[in-house]
Unconditional design. Structure first.
Length: 644
């Protein structure tokens, strides 16, 4: 009896699972991308259907009508599995609809009226009906736009590294885009700090105009409309994933998930908050309860997470739990997992939200380059060992490969006529490429010695330190900068630091070119005599420095194939994106449309429409907005070398 029953249950459970897998795949086409993942999906759903069916069957009383009880048991299992599919597609309302549909179809087919005549196979009818309804819903809610513009921001992406890895055959997507599109090295803005450069990219305005000058800025500080805000005002649908200086989120249509400088989990819409909660818990290395993991896992699956990402996450957390996590794994795996999940969700939203403009940002190329450049280019760093190169030398290539795969996924999810723009804020080079002296200023110690920690904010930029006044301490800024320049002297009385002033509320501090930096040198600071090593670190953890050249690559309909542009600026990105969207360009922007990137540049220039200005952003003021970053963000800034 058991063998016969199993022989009837198994194929029915498999067939029901296949129908449910079809619904899920239509809802999220990337759910299973390989034969192995399809086998995993079908096996899991079959186990759920059959297992729940057996549980329900075991709860019934044994009698001659065993076949009917088998039908009832399998019906219950398939119904619960369908409810699970409904939950992933449309949360609790979807699960309730699935149960109602499944129950109604079961009654229609009179499973209960003539149980002895029913066979387990006939539970396929409710399963088929429910799955087909989910499939119709999934197909009916797909993208309906004629074309799209996709901007992909890769912080720190560098042309020399990309070209080197292309020659090695490791970046097939970049290779394809370069052959079919236009490329350029763009001049960036100074100082080369990611928040202000990315805001310049989004606005077409320099920092002095848009108002973002350091890592402490929030979206409330942006004084110029960003290109997605202009598109929103023209009735377009836009989505922004992880872009810098977008917290707190200001959006009422489309979606917006703030970048890694966010200080809480707010997103628009709120059902995407699981992405920020996952990120913040990972930053803090906090323990997470099983229920929290299940809730966030269900939210991720509901918003497009693929089996590949689920498997990647399982491997990542299992290795950490059993103590098998290597330094390479700690440096790379978490960043790669975040990229996979955000790419999954972004691709899912591209398909479901009918986006005219999609914006995707990824920060970890820059982070890996800062921390591991000495292992990628060991010839610049004589102290690096062969063992360290063997352990860490492939980190930078691996993170570029992960980005290449993410770009490929996004292109697959985009409209066939989409134009894609891939851009960075700067490149990266070995910290010793310009000078054999490799050092950073110990800013925290310097401010403590002079008692200036309450009056200035400091951000390390390569060998220099960028200073701005703290909120409420603007009147003290001039005196603080004067003291930094004049109160740290060599034993002979020569100044150790020199200061330049890009703007009245900015200062850039560098070690004086004539200062004799030696291991046993002493300096005088605020009446104290101390070793220079307390103020200047000649063996810093950061080995990659920003360059002045940003990465630009554009491909799509009407873009010149295989062309290299002669010049350009990161300020040109926003006007170019707005032109691709068919929108006018504000005359008060300093950037321009990169017409030379198109097949017919003269026609493009002739077709550009202008308005005088977009006007200032319309957003609520927030008197309670924090003036300092939270502890988690501060620790990340320290790890990246921006805070010393």
């Amino acid at each position: 009896m058991g063998t016969a029953l199993a022989s009837r249950l198994a194929p029915v459970a498999l067939a029901a699972a296949a129908l449910m897998a079809l619904s899920l795949a239509l809802f999220n086409p990337d759910l299973a991308r390989t034969p192995l993942e399809w086998a995993e999906l079908l096996g899991g759903l079959t186990a759920v259907c059959g297992g729940l069916g057996l549980v329900a069957l075991a709860g019934g009383r044994r009698r001659d009508g065993g076949t009917a009880w088998a039908a009832w048991g399998l019906l219950a299992g398939c119904g619960l599995a369908a409810a699970g599919v409904g939950f992933l597609i449309a949360e609790w309302a979807g699960a309730a609809v699935a149960v109602l549909l499944f129950g109604a179809l079961a009654v229609i087919w009179r499973v209960r009226r003539t149980p002895t005549d029913r066979r387990p196979g006939q539970v396929l009818v409710p399963a088929l009906g429910t799955s087909l309804l989910w499939s119709v819903w999934a197909l009916a809610t797909g993208s309906a736009v004629d074309r799209q513009v996709i901007l992909i921001g890769l912080d720190g992406a560098d042309w020399p590294i990309v070209d080197r890895l292309r020659d090695e055959g490791r970046l097939p997507t970049f290779e394809r885009l370069i052959r079919s599109g236009a490329r350029a090295g763009l001049e960036t803005v100074h100082p080369v700090l990611s928040p202000q450069v990315w805001t310049s990219i989004a606005t077409g305005a320099p920092p002095s105009t848009h108002g973002v000058k350091d890592f402490w800025a929030t979206s409330r500080d942006v004084r110029v409309k960003r290109f997605w805000e202009v598109a929103d005002e023209h009735g377009m649908t836009t989505g922004v994933m992880s872009y810098l200086v977008t917290w707190p989120p200001d959006k009422t249509t489309g979606f917006l998930v703030p970048g890694w400088l966010a200080q809480d989990a707010r997103t628009f819409p709120a059902d995407l908050e699981f992405l920020k909660r996952l990120e913040q818990q990972e930053k803090a290395r906090e323990g997470t309860s099983a229920m929290e993991i299940l809730a966030m896992g269900a939210a991720a699956l509901r918003h497009g997470a693929t089996l590949g990402t689920v498997n990647q996450a399982a491997g990542y957390y299992i290795r950490r739990a059993v103590g098998r996590s290597t330094p390479f794994h700690e440096a790379y795996a978490g960043r790669a997992l975040k990229l996979s999940l955000t790419t999954d969700v972004f691709c899912h939203l591209l398909r479901r939200r009918s986006l005219d403009l999609g914006v995707f940002y990824y920060s970890s190329i820059d982070a890996i380059e800062h921390q591991f450049f000495q292992y990628y280019e060991p010839s610049y760093f004589p102290s690096v060992t062969d063992e360290e190169v063997a352990q860490y030398g492939d980190l930078i290539p691996r993170i570029y490969e992960a980005a290449d795969a993410a770009v490929s996924r996004i292109l697959d999810a985009a409209h066939p006529r989409a134009t894609v723009v891939v851009v960075s804020d700067h490149g990266q080079q070995p910290a010793t490429a310009l000078s054999e002296r490799w050092y950073v200023i110990r800013t925290g110690a310097l401010l403590k010695v002079l008692g200036l920690g309450d009056s200035v904010r400091a951000t390390n930029v390569g060998r220099g330190v960028f200073f701005r006044p703290r909120a409420g301490a603007e009147a003290e800024f001039e005196d603080a900068i004067r003291r930094l320049e004049t109160e740290v002297l060599s034993v002979e009385g020569a100044p150790v630091f020199e200061v330049s002033r890009p703007a009245p509320d900015e200062a850039l501090l560098m070690v004086h070119a004539d200062f004799p930096f030696e291991e046993h040198t002493e300096v005088r600071a605020a009446g104290r005599r101390l070793p220079v090593g307390e103020l200047i670190n000649d063996a810093p953890q950061v080995s990659g420095e920003h360059t002045d050249t940003a990465f630009f690559l554009m491909a799509g309909e009407g873009v010149a194939e295989g062309k290299t542009l002669a010049a350009g600026s990161v300020l040109d990105i926003a006007p170019t994106v707005l032109h691709l969207l068919g929108l006018p360009i504000a005359r008060d922007l300093e950037g321009r449309v990169l017409a030379e990137a198109f097949e017919t540049p003269r026609e493009v220039e002739a077709g550009i429409e202008f308005v005088d200005t977009y006007g200032p952003p319309t957003r609520e003021t927030d008197p309670d907005a924090p003036s300092e970053v939270d502890d988690q963000t501060l620790e990340k800034l320290k790890a990246l070398g921006y805070v010393q």
